[in-house]
Design a protein around this ligand. Structure first.
Ligand code: UDP
Length: 316
């Protein structure tokens, strides 16, 4: 297949490029490098089945070759990034999704979007099944990301229903692993970098809020399965892709301290506005439709991620 990946130089996008190239596909990577980095894809630049274009996908996308699939992964994804780039976040979720869908429609290509557990907002139901409509504050600081992704989901369903595009929506839960940026502000990267540097781990609030963390390799496997799954009535509705192993932020801090053998302290800092109190995916649909369950245990995934950040420490 010839596959366009928007945001292909980002954390998830670059792992997707690797996975799909390894399976013999051709990959065209688009990224405006606002949060992605050429470093994530530099090892692919000599591959003749790989091309990279620096392009902002809120602008018209022209490829000039037949395309089999479009995977729309362009967007700031860390709360710190989308708080700093609120308008770009709304634009890439709305205009960028429109452009990417337009390309898929024109090429009769399959379309898959990276949606998010943030569509559930601060959920009143735990775990979250895809049928839950969510509890989102549209005018809060996080609303720029949540509503951009919710709009994107609505637009995708409209392109599916009205134009017959073969679309898929992955709701991605917290994912971690190599190629996270040391300073992107997310909890796993923050805590590992702080622990390795002997700095205090910054737990927001009391640390009793929960998240469920999926190792990147498992996440990518689920996403590729969703892309490759045969067309059916049910496959067009959102599918949660995440690891249901739920723990508190304090537990993740303690686990990282243990695995890094760090003597760093834990300090409590104010809880950001609208920070969800709980989050855990119900993955029944992913199991049934994709025969997918995450395989990599938290400690194993964290060891691999810690190794990655150890090797990066010299340059940060
Ligand atoms: N968090 C924290 N300390 C940090 C970074 C994040 O306590 O240095 C908390 C944050 O308040 C949230 C959770 O960890 O409750 C996950 O935050 P992250 O930014 O990774 O992603 P989110 O799940 O909120 O989108």
């Amino acid at each position: 297949m010839r596959i366009v990946i928007t945001g292909g130089a980002g954390f998830l996008g670059s792992h997707l490029c690797d996975n799909l190239l390894k399976k013999g596909n051709e990959v065209i990577c688009l990224d405006n490098l606002s949060t992605g980095s050429v470093e994530n894809i530099s090892h692919l630049l000599g591959n003749d089945r790989f091309r990279f274009y620096k392009h902002d996908v809120t602008e018209y996308i022209f490829i000039g070759q037949p395309i089999d699939a479009v995977m729309h992964f362009a967007s700031p994804a860390s709360p710190r990034d989308y708080l700093e780039m609120p308008i770009q976040t709304l634009k890439v979720g709305a205009l960028g999704t429109h452009k990417a869908l337009g390309l898929a429609k024109h090429e009769r290509a399959r379309f898959l979007m990276a949606s998010t557990s943030e569509t559930y907002g601060d959920p009143l139901v735990n775990p979250q099944p895809e049928t839950y409509w969510g509890n989102v504050n549209p005018i809060g600081l996080r609303g720029v990301y949540d509503e951009a992704k919710r709009f994107a989901e609505a637009l995708i369903m409209a392109y599916h229903r009205y134009h017959g595009v073969d679309t898929r929506i992955a709701r991605i839960f917290n994912t971690y692993g190599p190629r996270m940026r040391p300073h992107d502000g997310r909890v796993v990267s923050n805590f590992i970098v702080q622990a390795l540097r002997g700095e205090s781990l910054t737990v927001y609030g009391k640390g009793d809020q929960t998240r469920s963390f999926c190792y990147v390799e498992d996440e990518i496997d689920g996403l590729v399965r969703l892309l490759m799954a045969p067309d059916s009535e049910d496959i067009h509705y959102p599918v949660n892709i995440g690891n249901p192993h739920e723990l508190t932020v304090l537990e993740i801090a303690e686990t990282i301290l243990k695995l890094t053998r760090s003597s760093s302290k834990i300090v409590l800092e104010p809880l950001p506005e609208d920070d969800p109190k709980v989050r855990r995916p119900d993955i029944t649909r992913a199991k049934e439709l994709l025969d997918w369950t995450p395989k990599i245990q938290l400690e194993e995934g964290l060891y691999r991620t810690i190794d990655y950040f150890r090797s990066k420490l010299g340059s940060i």
